[in-house]
Design a protein around this ligand. Structure first.
Ligand code: NAG
Ligand code: NAG
Ligand code: NAG
Length: 259
């Protein structure tokens, strides 16, 4: 594991979160054990090709990253490339947002997903094999309830631009309604100061897929007269479905897949 990119990520994360605990958690990255419990990589496929196919929504419905790609995904996530890939998406999104003719009626909205979009759970995933370990909701929710997720710096920049242009931000997340308080304070602590709506998954919706859940809420927003000019998420299920935004932006996430 290269130390330099790791420190680069963490130092920015600390600035973004004002959270010194992230630094001490970061030391665990260096000692990260190989969990060895991930899925299998098709023979002859490189981890880079696997990641590209995942990002392009060609390889779908996978449960864990290939076990042999844990080191590759870890280096990608902690190094410069992940951050540069985010910057490219944000650059395009800001260019698009600036090109819009925003109406004065306050009905133009931009949807932001939360996990791996507005907030980063990298401090958690670095301790859990970068997606090589099967998802454990108990452990992940414990991390969520700490409320210490740093912002994705690129998304925070986009959020600020959106707000300054007069577009209203809406957070639409698969996190559950009982996580509203901690999610709200986590968002505010890292710089997402206000929003039109923060939509979390009600317990009655727990059985629905992300595509259906998110499409349903986009439909409700449109029925209330809002125009969804933009949408950004790390999962295709944040973006695809019905009532899609005028333009959607897909952030990288090679660690997990949500349908
Ligand atoms: C922007 O929108 C307003 C109101 O809908 C319209 O009158 C105006 O022509 C638009 N401007 C451009 C450049 O499209
Ligand atoms: C999740 O992690 C906890 C704590 O390590 C463990 O007790 C539990 O069995 C795990 N759940 C699953 C489904 O692996
Ligand atoms: C955005 O999408 C809606 C619905 O598809 C469409 O009516 C509208 O013209 C689009 N706006 C722009 C600026 O493309």
């Amino acid at each position: 594991m290269k130390v330099l990119p790791l420190l680069f990520f963490l130092s920015t994360a600390i600035v973004a979160s004002h959270c010194s605990e992230v630094a001490s958690e970061g030391q665990i990255h260096l000692l990260r054990p190989q969990s060895g419990s991930g899925g299998r990589l098709l023979s002859g496929l490189s981890c880079l090709s696997w990641r590209l196919a995942v990002e392009a929504n060609n390889i779908i419905e996978w449960e864990t990253i290939p076990a042999t790609c844990e080191g590759y995904v870890g280096h990608y996530m902690l190094g410069h490339q992940y951050r540069k890939d985010i910057q490219a998406v944000v650059y395009a999104a800001i260019g698009y947002a600036k090109s819009l003719n925003i109406s004065k009626d306050g009905k133009d909205i931009w949807i932001f997903d939360i996990d791996e979009t507005s907030l980063s759970n990298l401090p958690y995933y670095a301790k859990h094999g970068f997606g090589a370990e099967p998802y454990n909701s108990t452990l992940f929710n414990e991390w969520v309830f700490e409320g210490k997720a740093p912002a994705l710096p690129g998304t925070l920049k986009l959020y600020r631009k959106i707000v300054s242009l007069g577009i209203k931000p809406v957070f639409l997340t698969g996190r559950s309604e009982d996580q509203r308080k901690v999610t709200s304070s986590n968002l505010k602590n890292v710089g997402y100061r206000s929003w039109l709506k923060l939509i979390l998954k009600a317990s009655s919706e727990s059985g629905t897929t992300a595509v259906v859940y998110k499409s349903t809420h986009r439909a409700e927003l449109e029925a209330s007269g809002y125009r969804i000019v933009g949408n950004i998420g790390d999962q295709w299920s944040d973006i695809l479905g019905t009532h899609e935004a005028n333009r959607s932006f897909k952030l990288p996430d090679p660690m997990y897949y949500i349908s």
